[in-house]
Design a protein around this ligand. Structure first.
Ligand code: G6P
Length: 609
């Protein structure tokens, strides 16, 4: 969603801001803008649509001179995408310029108050209220005006503010939306995401809720919620700028698909010691596991689909009642969880608004939370009782692939660890699963080497108007993800059904030549799914089947096209079955000429409800 960058130093700010915004494009946006201080004035330029429009309008920043500035990519929430509604928002007097991520919930009330005081508004946004309110309180001290304005705001925000009256300072404030300060040499930066500044520095501090940073060219002072200056830990970012670039691939998505063997290997090997799964540095002690009466897995989108896999696995291997619940539903469902509940929170970004709210609700009710998160220092990582990081590196394509695979890997580890503590996994099976886990990266390589086959299937089916996915048990969970991937990036209508549900309605949609993708890797229900395949082929559907290699004989006979994954332990088939579905979605979208890395209307990180 929206992205923020700020710079103060001796260099020209605009090119740095525009570059930073380009690194944030992947988050999803529909307009962009910058404000730069020069000669007593704030010069603000905005453009709707792609960032390139703003780059063209400013001649790559050359016609917006000055060494202090802020920039923003906006994903519209209040008011349609337009130049006026884009950020930065400048107060009517022209003194204060603000960029904002999040939502100010009481903005109408504040707007009314300011209008009654004679303030004139230009936009429909909640953010303009912030710049006007700061200006209203401004009396020669920017920090004082910002603090007074913040005290009146309800909602969530990452705010970055500059003023034509005090151009030697940028002020940043955070509440429920990520913000970092990054330290340069004779200059400093502010950003919503490390990617924006990594070209210039690796030294960053993560702001916490209710903290305010006063950033100057040669100093940074962070104040806590009581207005006291505090020492902030400075972290060195470990990943490289190359990790966030395409590296010769035409799209981030296909690059990230190819990174999956490495990502799975790194994520697994971090938690296997002497041939055993070792999560001893988490809350999963034997005493804790014995006390768990219920497990809830919460997340949104693909993270929820990992939760559905986890639900099947945890119930099967630990016998603890487990549910996978959408975070947006969980938070308002008056959930029945207490101190005997384990809540597994899954999120790539660690900043998804619904997932954060659901986690907080679970904690309020006394449950223990274990987070599976990719972004170090994110809100969920900080607030959960313990965190297991997915070592996927930065994921840029909006449609997740490698972070999803890393989440699956952690889900296996958690399942094995709990089952082990409860004495439900005998040593031989434990060792067999771990052996197969360690072979997963190689088997994923094997699938990737066969990608042309999926490209060929995609070229056969890319014109279909509707594509259905069916599967049972773990294959149903994978079908949900395969269907989401396809619709996200190709805009083809797609639905996933549990095989047994077909007859209860969906089969009426099957016409001659409708494509049905049958995921049939779950050995115990292979024959059942093949019966579903017969039901749809009898009605003229084309079927593309994904099955394990050892079933190639029976699967090939029953379907039009098939893709075989290497055989593996039955717990681990999701990791292999997901790959051909990702590739199929990618190649279909490619054939249709879609904007694969930045699909319409979608955002990488959904930081508002
Ligand atoms: C967005 C992304 C999805 C992602 C979901 C949850 O919708 O486009 O790819 O699965 O958010 O995001 P999270 O960061 O919490 O995993």
């Amino acid at each position: 969603m929206c992205g923020i960058v700020g710079y103060i130093g001796r260099e020209e700010a605009a090119p740095i801001l525009l570059y930073g915004l380009s690194r944030l494009e992947y988050r999803g946006y529909d307009s962009a803008g910058i404000s730069v201080y020069n000669n007593g004035c704030l010069n603000t330029v905005k453009a709707v649509g792609k960032l390139q429009n703003l780059i063209d309008l400013t001649d790559s920043g050359k016609n917006v001179p000055g060494c202090v500035g802020i920039g923003h990519t906006r994903w519209a929430t209040h008011g349609q995408p337009s130049d006026i509604n884009s950020h930065p928002h400048v107060s009517a007097s022209g003194k204060i310029s603000v960029v904002h991520n999040g939502i100010i919930e009481n903005y109408l009330e504040l707007k009314e108050m300011l209008i009654s005081e004679g303030v004139q508004f230009k936009s429909e946004t909640d953010t303009e209220v912030v710049s006007q309110l700061i200006d209203y309180y401004y009396n020669g001290d920017l920090m004082d005006a910002v603090s007074r304005a913040l005290a009146k705001l309800e909602g969530s925000y990452a705010l970055v503010i500059i003023s034509s009256e005090q151009p030697d300072v940028i002020i940043a404030a955070r509440k429920d939306a990520p913000l970092i300060v990054a330290y340069g040499d004779g200059c400093n930066y502010i950003a919503s995401d490390v990617a924006a500044v990594l070209k210039y520095t690796r030294q960053v501090s993560y702001l916490e809720d209710d903290e305010i940073a006063v950033v100057k060219a040669d100093s940074v002072t962070v104040y806590n919620e009581y207005g006291k200056p505090i020492d902030k830990a400075v972290t060195t970012v470990e990943w490289d700028i190359e990790d966030a670039q395409k590296g010769g691939y035409p799209h981030f998505m296909i690059k990230e698909i190819h990174e999956q063997p490495k990502v799975i290997r790194n994520t697994i090997s971090a938690h296997i010691k002497d041939g055993r799964v070792d999560l001893s540095d988490t809350i999963l002690s034997e005493e804790f596991c014995r006390d768990i009466r219920r497990i809830c897995i919460i997340g949104c989108g693909s993270a929820n689909h990992v939760g559905v896999v986890g639900r099947y696995l945890l119930e099967k291997y630990t016998r603890i009642p487990t549910e996978a619940v959408l975070a947006s539903e969980f938070r308002y469902s008056e959930p029945i969880v207490d101190e005997h509940s384990l809540i597994i929170v899954i999120s790539q970004s660690g900043e998804t608004a619904d997932t954060i709210a659901a986690m907080r609700e679970a904690k309020r009710l006394g449950a223990k939370t274990l987070a599976i998160v990719n972004v170090v220092g994110s809100t969920i990582a900080k607030e959960a009782d313990c965190v297991l990081y997915t070592l996927a590196g930065p994921e840029i394509a909006v449609a997740t692939t490698k972070a999803y695979s890393a989440q699956l890997a952690v889900m296996y580890l958690v399942t094995i660890a709990i089952a082990d503590k409860l004495g439900r996994l005998d040593a031989a099976e434990h060792d067999e699963i771990v052996r197969e886990l360690c072979l997963l990266p190689e088997k994923v390589e094997h699938i990737l080497a066969d990608k042309e086959k999926l490209q060929q299937y995609a070229s056969q089916y890319f014109n279909n108007e509707s594509i259905f996915f069916i599967g049972r048990n773990l294959d149903y969970a994978i079908s949900l993800e395969g269907s989401l991937k396809l619709k996200e990036i190709s805009y083809i209508h797609s639905e996933a059904y549990a095989g047994g549900e077909l007859k209860h309605g969906t089969i009426s949609l099957i016409e001659p030549k409708t494509l049905v993708i049958a995921v049939a890797t779950y050995e115990k229900l292979f024959d059942k799914l093949m019966s579903n395949v017969k039901e749809v082929t009898a009605r003229g559907a084309n079927v593309l089947c994904v099955a394990q290699q050892h079933n190639s004989g029976s699967a090939t006979d029953a379907v039009n096209n098939a893709f075989f994954i290497p055989d593996t332990h039955e717990m681990l088939t999701p990791s292999l079955a997901a790959i051909p579905l990702q590739l199929f979605a990618y190649y279909v979208a490619l054939s249709r000429g879609c904007d694969i890395d930045k699909p319409r209307n979608l955002a990488k990180s959904v930081t508002v409800e």
